[in-house]
Design a protein around this ligand. Structure first.
Ligand SMILES: [Zn+2]
Ligand SMILES: [Zn+2]
Length: 293
């Protein structure tokens, strides 16, 4: 089974429109993943607005979308009130919750549309919006198995893997991998040492055709940002090498990184992957990029 992926927002933390970010884009996290006719949406950053418009242009019948939120920080939810398909009654949105005892995602989507923040309330949205729940970390939708894994991020976040008939896509943003290294001391002394990630994390991403991962910082930027919840791009490359994934998208670019800075970050990641001598392809996620897997 092949999968289709399109990046609608690749920026971390805050939208950064402007000349300097034209190529990789300034919209915050939003990725479209399709297996056949089944549409999955990862995160509702500002990129979600344009995805909504594209869905309407493609589809005059009803739209059905399965929506997964890594967590509820602004840069992952701000596009939701501007997601036009949410306003039409013929459309169906399934919003996934990891914890069965808490409809936290729905609650916070409601919250950001309170009248103090936004002119239209969640209750005024016309689409049929329902909560769906993971069961013991997994759920199946149209034959696609989706798994979730808690990550290290202030207030916590989740990674999701989507898998059907041998094709696997992993979405793992807002995760400070560097706090998890089993050989942190060695890595602090030697930046070129393989940064060893926990086995359960490596298993989660193992053999993915595509890993989309938070690679916000370079090795030079990170030391003054420890504890902010984001990973170094080179650590993501080592993660991808250990998980033996085929393609790795460096994602959630720092707002301070203009296109040339992202180019450098990607080039550094590619060199590191080449030194590992595997078959891993590393690239920078950019708005509008489409992949067939
Ligand atoms: Zn974020
Ligand atoms: Zn976050």
């Amino acid at each position: 089974m092949s999968a289709f992926v399109r990046f609608w927002g690749t920026r971390g933390s805050i939208p950064t429109p402007g000349h300097g970010t034209r190529r990789y884009g300034g919209n915050t996290s939003c990725v479209e993943i399709r297996f056949g006719d089944t549409l999955f949406i990862c995160d509702g950053g500002t990129g979600l607005r344009e995805l909504g418009l594209a869905l309407l242009a493609r589809n005059s019948e009803g739209i059905e979308a399965h929506m997964f939120f890594s967590h509820m920080h602004w840069d992952h939810i701000q596009g939701f009130p501007f997601f036009v398909p949410a306003y039409a009654s013929k459309n169906q949105l399934h919003v996934y919750e990891v914890d069965k005892s808490d409809t936290r995602v729905q609650r916070l989507l409601h919250g950001q549309m309170r009248s103090e923040y936004f002119p239209v309330t969640f209750a005024d949205l016309g689409a049929e919006i329902s909560a769906a729940f993971f069961d013991n970390g997994a759920i199946e939708v149209d034959g696609v198995t989706i798994r979730c894994l808690e990550q290290t991020h202030p207030g916590k976040s989740y990674a999701y893997s989507f898998e059907k008939e041998g094709t696997k896509v992993v979405y793992a943003t807002d995760s400070e991998l560097d706090l998890l290294l089993s050989n942190r001391d060695e890595c602090a002394e030697d930046l070129s040492a393989l940064r060893r990630l926990p086995p359960e994390l490596v298993r989660f991403a193992a053999d993915a055709d595509l890993l989309i991962a938070d690679a916000q910082y370079t090795d030079r930027e990170y030391p003054t940002r420890v504890g902010w919840g984001h990973a170094r791009a080179n650590t993501v490359v080592d993660f991808a090498v250990q998980a033996q994934v085929r393609k790795c998208a460096l994602f959630h670019h720092d707002p301070m990184q203009v296109d040339e800075a992202v180019d450098e970050k990607v080039a550094e990641g590619r060199e590191r992957a080449a030194r590992a001598a595997g078959s891993l392809t590393v690239f920078g996620a950019r708005e509008g990029l489409e992949l067939k897997l």
